[in-house]
Design a protein around this ligand. Sequence first.
Ligand code: PLP
Length: 394
Amino acid sequence: MTEPTEQGLSTRSVHSGERRDPEGAIHTPLYTHSTFAFGSTADLLDVVEGRKPGNLYTRYGLNPTIRSLESKLADLEGGEQALAFSSGMAAEAATFLAHTRTGEHIVCIGDVYGGTFELLGDNLPQLGITTTFLRADEVHRLPDVLSGSTRIVFFETPSNPTLDIFDIATISGQARASGALTVVDNTFATPVNQNPLRHGADLVVHSATKYLGGHSDLTAGALIGPADLLGPVAMWRKNLGQVISPETASLLARSLRSLPVRVRAQNDTATAVASFLTTHPRVTRVNYPGLATGEAKQLVDAQMRGGGGMLSVVLDATGEQTAAVVDRLRLFSIAPSLGGVESLVTQPITTTHHGLAPDERAKRGIADSMIRLSVGLEDADDLIGDLAQALATP
Ligand code: PLP
């Protein structure tokens, strides 16, 4: 892990990884090219055999636009290297495939994105790679379920949609003692609010489709960590053809330059929205890391720098009444994604957790009357006004 540079996160978001071309373009240009030419066979072999960094073939990720983006991503997360992917799921799949073999085992803690559940629960077992799923309230059982064949411990923190916070340092320590890697999905927190590598995680994965992209106009993924752990993943990315496109890489680098400004504004607005909701008579529970109390607050203070833009609330209502509240919202659009400039709302039982059996949802605290909010960049007062009007009708 490289030490954080002297410069602040906003400065690094703008300048890190950028390459001026001979024309003087202010940022790294978009190179759409599939291949790159060499002056000599010796020069080509230097890159092919890894003696010199360079450009070669875009599917390998050896493209200047992609490499520039990856330098920025690595810097923001405080990792040695980064790999950029065509989606968050591509990053996760390549990571699991590279670091587990048939007969080996993964532990997944807490609620994770539905696609991750499917990958671990349905796809990987076809290859003889099995996963033990621990609910949030079972995290203390981790040492019992780690075995000699466990290669990866995976979790999101904060998790979706209950916004549970997991102790990265403790879990990483337990995993390491058992010879397993810890992989943290940092999509909800972003590197602005949390750097899991600094707390002991081995690898950090992102759905860059969310906050890193930030405008709901691209699909991408990222993996950050030490070069020796990324090498095997890069091979899977290359041979599965999962690399980010140069066009998307350029758009994502554009978005990263404003990441701290966006996420800090979203932290503030989400705090205001969550505070309003805690006082509302129709709201029975607000899940927001920025308002955590007790042990959860200690953990938030220890590993996060902001509460993020995501929150979920449980209403004193039936599932149908909750859907009606969602339908009355005007500024929050009904959509399953998150992390964009526009505010979004979902009722998890209709989207992310639709496939989960009702008793399993109940065990995980995902009520029919839960709604999840992704707070955008609108004015806090307008968002609060919208929620107030939607909650006003019984
Ligand atoms: N991780 C989290 C926390 C997500 O919310 C998602 C998607 O919603 C993913 C991973 C998968 O990312 P993508 O849709 O970019 O493949």
